[in-house]
Design a protein around this ligand. Structure first.
Ligand SMILES: Nc1ncnc2c1ncn2[C@@H]1O[C@H](COP(=O)(O)OP(=O)(O)O)[C@@H](O)[C@H]1O
Ligand SMILES: [Mg+2]
Length: 236
């Protein structure tokens, strides 16, 4: 990414709300969230379990629709696209890392990483070459032909990170990416995301309930009672 692209807003939310039916009532999970993520930025979203972190990330990725408000990704409003348009924009502009890897179990690590490129229309050979490069970057060259079942939890998350980066999107959203790992492995996976953030200039928004993880972020926000605000560390 060019240096002058830093500072541009790559993802934003305006008055974002989401509620779910609960009996005859509505459960308001998000209540008017505003967020701007700048190119190359690193933001942690802290929140207790059930505070709405996954709901927020799914809305930001266009995987779910808000009850009110809207999301703009790479300059395009998600609500103005049809399903195909959203899928295309997401493929190009956004990577997603889940708590439970979500890799395709029938595919090798290499095939999993190459898939977003193939979907983007890149030829097989080039997609595989690029996937090899990314797997090398996350330290998994030797394991590239292994299927996810043969990989450790930390290795699977490294593959998931490589996959999220495949199309070199400006934004990666990570939903408790270390939540399923032991402390040491989680710290390694998190450190890898920080390195990649610096090297590739990819903006990262990382949801976590772990305040220690959040310490490495450039900005820490807290999701509480459906609202997103600066965390005590940042507001001090
Ligand atoms: N599809 C759904 N239908 C109804 N309630 C939901 C749904 N998804 C999430 N919720 C509720 O929304 C709240 C926030 O959930 P979630 O976003 O998963 O929180 P977090 O990721 O912070 O743990 C929880 O109370 C959860 O039960
Ligand atoms: Mg969650």
């Amino acid at each position: 990414m060019a240096a002058d692209a830093r500072g541009a807003i790559v993802l934003s939310a305006r008055s974002l709300s989401r509620d779910y039916p609960q009996g005859s009532e509505r459960l308001a999970v998000l209540r008017g969230i505003d967020l701007d993520l700048a190119a190359g930025e690193r933001v942690a979203v802290l929140g207790a379990s059930g505070s709405g972190k996954s709901t927020l990330l799914h809305l930001l990725a266009g995987l779910d629709r808000p009850s009110a408000g809207h999301v703009t990704l790479a300059g395009v409003r998600l609500d103005e696209l049809d399903v195909t348009g959203r899928v295309k924009l997401r493929n190009r502009s956004l990577g997603f890392v889940y708590q439970f890897h979500h890799l395709l179990m029938e595919f090798s690590a290499l095939e999993n990483v190459a898939l977003p490129l193939v979907i983007a229309g890149v030829r097989q050979r080039r997609a595989r070459r690029e996937a090899e490069r990314l797997l090398e970057r996350v330290g998994l060259s030797r394991r590239r032909h292994a299927r996810p079942a043969k990989l450790s939890g930390g290795e699977r998350q490294r593959v998931a990170i490589a996959r999220a980066l495949a199309t070199r999107p400006p934004v990666v959203l990570a939903d408790e990416p270390t939540g399923n790992l032991d402390e040491e492995t989680g710290a390694e996976v998190y450190a890898l995301m920080l390195e990649i953030n610096r090297e590739f200039g990819t903006a990262f928004l990382i949801a976590t309930h772990d305040a220690v993880i959040a310490r490495g972020a450039g900005r820490v926000l807290r999701l509480d009672h459906g609202r997103l605000g600066p965390s005590p560390r940042d507001s001090a």
